[in-house]
Ligand binder design. Sequence first.
Ligand code: ZN
Length: 340
Amino acid sequence: MSEFDLIVGQDKALTILNAFLGNATIPHALVFSGLEGTGKMAAAKAFAMACNCSAAQTGDDSLDAHAPPGKVALPACGRCRPCKKIKSANHPDILHLKPAGDTIKVKQIRDLLDTMALKPFEAQTRVVILEDAQTLNPSAGNALLKALEEPPADTLFILTTGELSDLMPTIVSRCQHVRFRPLAQAVVTEALATTKGIPAADAALAARLSGGSLARAEHLAAADWMHYRRWLLEQTAALTTATPGMLLALAAVIAVRKNRIPDTLAILKSWFRDLLVFKQAPDKLINRDMQALVQQAARKETAESLLKKINALDTVSRRFTGSANIRLCLETLLLKLART
Ligand SMILES: [Zn+2]
């Protein structure tokens, strides 16, 4: 999975972070919440840079010109030694923890606490980034809580998570919260077109499907994925007349793209959502390029049946962890989606 090293469309979050830096009231712990691909990790890195940038510490005025006109940026030069080291993930005092497998384990937190017992090697502010902190298992969470209760000097924790409610309330209560909102479609479209060179029509379609996540939009805009989406939706349009054997075969094909199941579910959801909105607002379609097929398929459904199908998709999306029996799960789902 590629990491989009961009923070776009998050002026509100960056303004809050800038205020911490400007008032020199940097909290001991921050939580960045928001969808994957909305800039949380990039912002965590940029904030670590701003806390340690040599130019920022000498009050270099040129930093103010760093942000493009009309945009908010964090005050880090990106060129000094600390900035470069943090950018390339080579700074000894910027500690980055992420799940080992499905969870962040207590051993990882204990190792972290041991490292933190030492003085920082060279940083002004040591920054500990805990990526996907919702995966902290309970004992790891409790070990971390001790550190948050008695924060070491000159150390900043940044936790990232999807939803704030996925974290232990005792952890949340010790952190300042910064929310990263889903990105506007126009922001995603522009970022894909300008930084990835994706044709405008594909970029716009991927943006509509992405739910405001740049990372997801990037996957969806890839040429092979565009092709897959069209194929998948053509099969989906024909589900109501498919034989049970065809449904099982389709589940098997989808299950092969295991690490892209969330994207597949998003595409399926966009389809049934389109069938639902088509009668009222045909101009609001996500899958505009397939309007004729949407129109045809919409005739076979009632609002009630569509809502049931969208619900079934939501349930699978929420429960999907990557470790469940994917194929069986998809088979059951497709049987529900094929019902009229
Ligand atoms: Zn710098």
